[in-house]
Design a protein around this ligand. Structure first.
Ligand SMILES: [Mg+2]
Length: 261
């Protein structure tokens, strides 16, 4: 059951002329799994995401725009989320972008950024070689160390080794999430990504839901008329919180019924 205050806030969104609903993917729509490529949204959440902003009659202005805002790179996000074409996408925390009007906005690195990325990749590769279960994910904007499949002790040692190797290197931006550490050579965060979605959609009001510390950048951009939803435990700047991914499905179903009246 959703908290009454959250239900009331969703019902208040019925009258908003144009609403943007932006959602994190892993840990918000899709349960965590050992292999990132196996993640899938809960069926009810995927269906609500597809229906919420289904294109209407030709020429009709959309009342609701939907978007995924993820730390994954765009290719990986598409593979696991299989979003309908009308869903806007932001990958790599804001570094990669897609809208149906403009297509993919590719990311190009400077020579200096390429060199930094090669150095960060080499440093993290040494760490994955030293700890069983640690693995690397390559993105256009950076490299990510995953330790979800390590023992707790190995995971912590791998992460602290990565911090020691990378922290303080000019031009390398280290961000940590749940059992991941990302070294990016492009400075972006989900706040930047959400600002882009707000601008490109033209929506006056925004809903954003996310579960991780990296989502806090997006929550911090929300205004008094927007709605932020934190999934699970941990400190947050979001106004509302739910406990489980099934609650997210219920939230999206309520939002869909409110917006598609
Ligand atoms: Mg997440």
């Amino acid at each position: 059951m959703l908290p009454d205050e959250l239900r009331a806030a969703v019902e208040n969104l019925a009258a908003v002329p144009h609403l943007l609903v932006a959602l994190d993917f892993d840990g918000t729509l899709a349960p965590f799994v050992d292999r990132p490529e196996d993640a899938r949204a809960l069926p009810g959440s995927a269906e609500a995401l597809a229906r919420l902003a289904e294109p209407g009659a030709a020429g009709a202005e959309p009342r609701t725009t939907t978007a995924l805002l993820s730390g994954r790179h765009l290719e990986s996000l598409r593979l696991v989320a299989r979003p309908p074409e009308h869903v806007l996408l932001v990958g790599s925390h804001g570094a990669e972008r897609y809208s149906p009007e403009t297509g993919d906005e590719p990311l190009t690195l400077t020579d200096g950024q390429e060199t930094l990325l090669a150095a960060a990749t080499a440093a993290l590769r040494d760490i994955t070689a030293a700890f069983a279960g640690a693995r690397l994910e390559h993105k256009p904007s950076g490299v990510v160390l995953h330790v979800r499949q390590c023992s707790t002790a190995d995971g912590e040692a791998a992460l602290s080794g990565a911090r020691a190797a990378l922290d303080g290197t000019p031009g390398i931006h280290v961000t940590e999430g749940k059992a991941v550490l990302e070294a990016a050579v492009v400075r972006v965060d989900k706040g930047v990504g959400l600002d882009w979605l707000r601008r490109v959609s033209g929506a006056g009001t925004v809903v954003f839901a996310g579960d991780d510390v990296t989502d806090e950048h997006a929550f911090s951009t929300l205004g008094p008329d927007d709605l932020g939803l934190k999934v699970g435990g941990g400190e947050t700047g979001a106004e509302f919180r739910v406990g489980t991914l099934a609650d997210v499905t219920e939230f999206l179903n309520l939002l869909t019924s409110v917006r598609r009246l």
